[in-house]
Design a protein around this ligand. Structure first.
Ligand SMILES: [Fe+2]
Ligand SMILES: [Fe+2]
Length: 296
């Protein structure tokens, strides 16, 4: 019985490269985000992010899931910088990105449908989410909740079309007996974040999951370590969130961490999922924070 090792990190909020913050976007959401970045920049530290990325690489996982907010303003310069960063994590076939709300800001110059990241979205050139990547007995189902939102909001939405396709994909991968890992930037369990930051069609997603199931859901956006559960067709589905991968210890937000998730499909119930949490303790030193098994 082989174990698939999946690394999950999220919300790196890579520091904007020079040129990403140039003017010309007055009165846009990006301008407001720019102020937010000035306020929050100390919460996202490149040195911390590099330490986390190096720790992920050293663990040599079978696959890496990055659940969004790679950028801050969704500029072309940031998309290019994020692509370079993704290259550093592993081969595109081994790294999957689910975009976040920051990657979809109301952006005059934003890349269409996350095009610069297409090698990391899925295996096909099909532009539509969800993308599915089957690796051994694991299906990585990559949904996208990132949509441009109104000012001051950080909401997400999957939309009716994506939800319909997601139902088909979850049913098909279930029929194949695959261990289904759903990636989505926004939290799925009710009440995880405020309405201003929530997935607006989360109730529809939960109804879909109750019917079609999934074996694990991974998200970001909340910038904290979370383990919730939502109802599935037989028992509940674990929903795991991680803090931002670039946040220093000792600040307002939980310090950077990532999860190394050991998935053993076919193992007895309650032994299929083991999570090793790793993160910054002090400075940029990464250490093991603990490990636990997720009950069925
Ligand atoms: Fe974020
Ligand atoms: Fe977010």
């Amino acid at each position: 019985m082989s174990t698939f090792r999946l690394a999950h990190l999220s919300d790196p909020h890579l520091a904007p490269p020079p040129g990403a913050l140039r003017g010309g976007d007055l009165f846009s959401k990006r301008l407001l985000s720019r102020f937010a970045w000035r306020r929050k920049r100390h919460r996202h530290n490149p040195e911390i992010l590099e330490a986390i990325a190096a720790d992920v690489r050293a663990a040599a996982p079978d696959h890496v899931a990055v659940t969004g907010d790679l950028t801050n303003f969704a500029t072309p310069e940031e998309f290019a910088a994020a692509a370079d960063w993704l290259e550093s994590l592993g081969a595109p076939a081994d790294v999957t990105v689910s975009p976040g709300n920051h990657d979809a800001l109301t952006a005059r110059r934003a890349p269409e449908r996350f095009a610069p990241w297409s090698p990391w979205l899925g295996d096909s050139l099909d532009a539509d989410f969800p993308h599915v990547r089957v690796r051994g007995r694991v299906a990585i189902v990559n949904a996208c909740s990132a949509v441009p939102t109104a000012l001051h909001l950080a909401q997400g939405s999957l939309g009716a079309e994506q939800l319909a396709r997601l139902a088909e994909v979850l049913a098909a991968t279930r029929a194949q007996g695959l261990f289904r890992v759903l990636l989505v930037h926004h939290p799925v369990a009710a009440g995880t974040v405020s309405g201003r930051k929530a997935l607006v069609d989360a109730d529809l997603l939960r109804a879909l999951l109750r019917e079609q199931g999934a074996e694990l859901v991974l998200h970001g956006h909340a910038h904290e370590a979370l383990l919730n559960r939502v109802a599935g067709p037989a028992g509940s589905i674990p929903v795991l969130g991680v803090p931002s991968a670039s946040t220093p210890a000792g600040g307002h937000d939980p310090a950077a961490r990532w999860n190394l998730i050991h998935i053993t499909p076919g193992a007895p119930a309650g032994q299929q999922l083991r999570v090793e949490a790793r993160g910054v303790a002090q400075g940029a030193r990464i250490e093991a924070l603990g490990a636990y098994t997720i009950a069925a």
